[in-house]
Design a protein around this ligand. Structure first.
Ligand code: C2E
Ligand code: SIN
Ligand code: SIN
Ligand code: FE
Ligand code: FE
Length: 390
């Protein structure tokens, strides 16, 4: 077949101008569906076609699919259908003047769409030696009736460009999915570790989870971002992880500890920090900060490092308020629970010495919200974080 030279076809500089117009939009788009539409639009303008579609292979369903503007659902055709199927099978482009004169044409989509196809171009989309789909242009518009050899070259150009772009978008989506998977595996691990330390610490009910809930609430009122609040929640689950290194005789002792037992007990902070210290993730680094510094005090009289004020990591300052609050409200193997008034007095009394004043202000300003979690009809009972007896 011979093709005329069309003088109304776009010149290379006009094609380049269109590419430059679309590139930023395409680069900013991560959704495959929207990319398909943008690419089809670019294709339509470059080869001056009435319609353009990018057909992508769905390996699982053994079909080709595409997206059309304003179409809710995607369009699907068999892998072998028509010119598109031919290009896919042979790896060759197609350039025809009248589809109805060509035995490869599958007229079913014309019938379905109420459309009349005449001139058609199809081009396999290849990236890294793999055919991922077919770029199709239908019906030349403008002065020319047919697509030209030049159009086919331009279609090749945008096919390569599209294949690379879509491939990298799909890879980015895949990476994001893997990262999410990894994150939830990570959270699961933290939860299990938290439960291990809970099991060791022999405290009433779910001390660990209650502390995490309280710490998150405090973090929210302190104005930290949702992301930070979540980090604090999960990291606080590990605040007493170091108790796994404390012998039962000390840990489960009913009644007061001797001086030397208390020294031993206090080593749980360093043990916890050491277990978590070499971690690379934000979450476990925060967990190491909390485990290591949740018994530091605002006035520098705490342990293990006698850190003072803002030298104590914020997450640890927050967790320490939640930890002591819960330790006072709930009974321990070594003591009974305190009354609401006594807890409130004790927390207030320790503002500025044990605790950062701003954090105690938050607790006092929202006392009812914090304390009501522990009431018989409160959140913690509902969530199963407290035994129903009070
Ligand atoms: P925990 O039970 O989670 O208590 C956390 C923190 O809450 C304690 O840190 C302490 O600062 C505060 N706290 C708990 N109960 C009271 C209390 O009755 N009065 C006051 N003022 N503060 C209280 P601390 O003291 O560093 O203790 C760390 C851990 O050592 C405790 O964690 C607990 O597991 C254990 N522990 C502390 N004292 C005793 C004790 O007398 N007997 C036993 N068996 N264990 C103790
Ligand atoms: C289509 O459904 O448009 C593809 C079939 C063909 O290329 O003939
Ligand atoms: C305790 O009463 O259990 C320890 C006293 C303290 O360090 O606040
Ligand atoms: Fe502790
Ligand atoms: Fe604790």
């Amino acid at each position: 077949m011979a093709y005329e030279v069309n003088d109304t076809d776009l010149g290379d500089s006009q094609v380049a101008a269109l590419l430059f117009e679309y590139m930023p939009k395409i680069a900013a788009e991560y959704h495959t569906d929207s990319l398909l539409l943008l690419m089809a639009d670019l294709g339509r303008r470059i080869v001056q076609a009435d319609r353009c579609s990018l057909w992508l292979i769905d390996e699982e369903r053994k079909e080709l699919w595409t997206k059309v503007a304003h179409g809710v659902d995607e369009l699907r055709i068999p892998l072998t259908a028509g010119f598109v199927g031919y290009s896919l099978k042979t790896g060759q482009p197609v350039l025809v003047e009248d589809a109805y004169q060509d035995s490869r044409f599958d007229r079913r989509s014309d019938i379905k769409n109420g459309y009349h196809t005449t001139s058609v171009m199809t081009m396999p989309m290849e990236s890294e030696g793999r055919v991922m789909g077919v770029f199709q242009a239908i019906n030349k518009i403008g002065d020319n009736v047919f697509f030209s050899q030049k159009d086919l070259e331009h279609l090749k150009l945008i096919s390569v460009y599209s294949a690379k772009t879509i491939e990298s978008a799909i890879r980015a989506q895949e990476l994001e999915r893997k990262a999410k998977e990894l994150e939830s595996a990570h959270m699961e691990l933290i939860r299990i570790l938290g439960e291990v330390s809970e099991f060791r610490s022999q405290e009433v009910g779910d001390h660990i989870h209650r502390v995490s809930e309280m710490a998150k609430k405090i973090a929210r009122y302190y104005g930290l971002s949702g992301k930070q609040q979540d980090l604090i929640y999960y990291a606080s689950l590990l605040h007493d992880l170091g108790k796994v290194g404390i012998p039962d005789m000390v840990l489960k002792k009913e009644g007061r500890l001797t001086e030397s037992e208390y020294v031993q007990m206090k080593s749980h902070a360093v043990i916890g920090r050491t277990l978590l210290r070499d971690s690379k993730t934000d979450l476990l680094r925060m967990a190491a900060d909390i485990a290591g510094a949740h018994h530091e005090r605002w006035d520098g009289s705490g342990y293990p490092d006698r850190l003072e004020g803002e030298n104590i990591p914020l997450a640890a300052r927050i967790c320490s308020v939640a930890d002591v609050f819960d330790a006072l409200v709930c009974p321990r193997c070594y003591k009974i629970a305190w009354s609401e008034e006594c807890v409130k007095e004790e927390m207030k009394k320790n503002s500025g010495t044990y605790f950062q004043p701003e954090l105690i202000n938050i607790l006092m300003d929202h006392w009812e919200e914090f304390y009501s979690c522990y009431r018989p009809d409160g959140d913690f009972v509902k969530k199963g974080l407290l035994p129903r007896v009070k």
